[in-house]
Design a protein around this ligand. Structure first.
Ligand SMILES: Cc1cc2nc3c(=O)[nH]c(=O)nc-3n(C[C@H](O)[C@H](O)[C@H](O)COP(=O)(O)OP(=O)(O)OC[C@H]3O[C@@H](n4cnc5c(N)ncnc54)[C@H](O)[C@@H]3O)c2cc1C
Length: 372
C-alpha cells in the first residue's frame, strides 16, 4: 500500500515513522523547503512517551529535553502556589512514562530520525487532492503529482486536506494573542524559576519552562486578550514591554522572567470548531488538521502523536482504508473531544484534580476492534 502523508509536522512524522516501521511504503510531502530551528518549546504528556518508545526514540527525547520536577500553578500577582503536580519516579511509574518539555526543533529531529529523511519530500505544497479510481491523486503547487492508496492530511491548522474533507472554513481566532520568547537563563540570575510553571491571572496566563536538562534556555509564552487581532493577522515581533504591560501587577519572580525577554514574537491564537468528520473515502485527517485546540492545556502536540499511533494501528489491522478510518475515529473522537473542551475552558492543572486519565493514557492498551 502506498501511503501519502501531507505535512511533516508532529502528527505527520509520527504516523509516517510508525507505518514505515511496519513495512509500509510511506512518502511525506512538506511545503517547507527544509527544516529550520523554530524557536519555541513544547510540553509532552506521558502518553507521547509510550509512542516514542515504540518508535525507539523515547530515550533520545528524554535526553534532548527535560523531565521537569513538577508542573506548578501560581497566582500572577501574589505568587501563591495554587497547585503542584509532582513528576517524581512514583508519578512516572503511575503514568507509564515521563512528562517532557523539549525544544520543538529537537522533537522534529528525533521524529524524523525514526523515518529517514529520504521519505520526506520538502518543497511540496499540496494544492489539490482527489479520489481517482481505487486511490487518491495528489497535486502540488509546482505542477507535480503523486498517486497513492491512502492520503493522510497532517497539514496543520490551515489544512488544505481538511477543507476537502470538511469543507473550507478559516481557523477561529479565540480573542487571545500569544506572546513568546526564548532567552538565555543567565538573564534571570537571582530569579526563582522552577522547571515548569503556569502563572494564572483573571483572563490571561503565562507559562514558563526550561526546554532541556541543561536549563540554559528559558521559554515563556503568554496568552493575553486582544480585540485588535484576527486569524489572518500575521505574526510580528514585539518587545518585553508587551509582556510587562499585559501583567503590570506581576509577582517579582514573574516580573524577573518578563524583564529578561529580548526577542518577542506575537501571534494570534486560533482553534477550530469541533467537527467529527475526520475522513472521506481514502482520505483521513490527523493532528491540528483534524482538531486544532487552544494551546491552554498544552495538549495539541500530544494529541497529534496519539493520533499517529492509533491511525497506524488501525491501518495495520483493518481490511480496508474505510474500516481503518472508522476504527481510528471510534477510538479517538471522545478523547480528543474532552481535550478540546478542557483546552477551551483553560482549567487544566490550575488546582488539584484528576490527571491519570490524560497522562496515564496508553494508545497501545486499547483493543481497536472493540471500538468499532
Ligand atoms: C503558541 C502555541 C503553543 C503550543 N504549546 C503546546 C504545548 O506546549 N504542548 C502541546 O502538546 N501542544 C502545544 N501547541 C499545539 C501544537 O503545537 C500543535 O497541536 C501541533 O504542532 C500540531 O501538530 P501537527 O503535526 O498537527 O501540525 P503542525 O505541527 O502545524 O504541522 C503541519 C505541517 O504541515 C505542513 N503543511 C501545511 N500545509 C501544507 C501543504 N499544503 N502542503 C504540504 N505541507 C503542508 C506545515 O508546513 C507543517 O510542517 C501549541 C500551539 C501554539 C500555537
Amino acid at each position: 500500500m502506498r501511503i501519502a502523508v501531507i505535512g511533516a509536522g508532529i502528527a505527520g512524522l509520527t504516523v509516517a515513522g510508525l507505518l514505515h516501521q511496519r513495512g509500509y511504503s510511506v512518502t511525506v510531502f512538506e511545503q517547507a523547503k527544509s527544516f529550520w530551528r523554530i524557536g519555541s518549546g513544547i510540553i509532552l504528556g506521558a502518553s507521547t512517551a509510550k509512542v516514542l518508545r515504540r518508535l525507539g526514540v523515547e530515550d533520545a527525547m528524554v535526553q534532548a529535553g527535560i523531565k521537569p520536577d513538577a508542573f506548578v500553578s501560581r497566582d500572577v500577582a501574589s505568587g501563591e502556589v495554587m497547585n503542584e503536580l509532582v513528576f517524581d519516579d512514583e508519578a512516572e511509574a503511575r503514568f507509564g512514562g515521563p512528562f517532557v518539555n523539549i525544544h520543538r526543533a529537537d522533537l522534529h529531529k528525533i521524529l524524523l530520525s525514526s523515518l529517514g529523511s529520504n521519505a520526506v519530500r520538502f518543497d511540496h505544497q499540496l494544492a489539490g487532492l482527489n479520489h481517482s479510481g481505487d486511490g487518491v491523486r495528489l497535486d502540488f503547487a509546482d505542477g507535480s503529482g503523486f498517486d497513492a492508496d491512502i492520503a493522510i492530511g497532517a497539514d496543520g491548522i490551515r489544512s488544505v486536506v481538511r477543507d476537502i474533507v470538511q469543507g473550507a472554513s478559516p481557523p477561529r481566532y479565540v480573542g487571545k494573542l500569544a506572546l513568546r520568547s526564548v532567552f538565555a537563563s543567565h538573564k534571570i540570575a537571582g530569579v526563582a524559576m522552577r522547571d515548569c510553571t503556569k502563572w494564572w491571572g483573571e483572563d490571561r496566563h503565562l507559562l514558563a519552562y526550561y526546554m532541556s536538562e541543561r536549563r540554559d534556555e528559558c521559554y515563556i509564552m503568554a496568552a493575553v486578550p486582544s480585540d485588535a487581532w484576527s486569524e489572518d493577522t500575521p505574526p510580528r515581533d514585539g518587545t518585553r514591554d508587551d509582556f510587562i504591560s499585559a501583567f503590570p501587577d506581576a509577582h517579582p519572580d514573574l516580573m524577573g522572567l518578563m524583564t529578561a525577554a529580548e526577542k518577542v514574537q506575537l501571534l494570534p491564537i486560533c482553534d477550530r470548531v469541533r467537527n467529527d468528520k475526520w475522513s472521506d473515502g481514502r482520505i483521513v485527517l490527523a493532528g491540528d488538521a483534524c482538531h486544532a485546540v487552544r494551546p491552554f492545556m498544552a495538549a495539541g502536540g500530544s494529541m497529534a502523536i496519539e493520533d499517529g499511533a492509533i491511525l497506524a494501528r488501525a491501518i495495520e489491522v483493518a481490511s480496508s482504508p474505510e474500516q481503518a478510518f472508522a476504527l481510528y475515529e471510534a477510538t479517538r473522537i471522545d478523547r480528543v473531544g474532552d481535550v478540546q473542551r478542557i483546552s477551551a475552558e483553560n482549567s487544566w492543572l490550575k488546582t488539584p484534580h484528576a490527571t491519570d486519565w490524560f497522562f496515564g493514557y496508553d494508545p497501545y492498551a486499547h483493543d481497536l476492534a472493540k471500538a468499532a
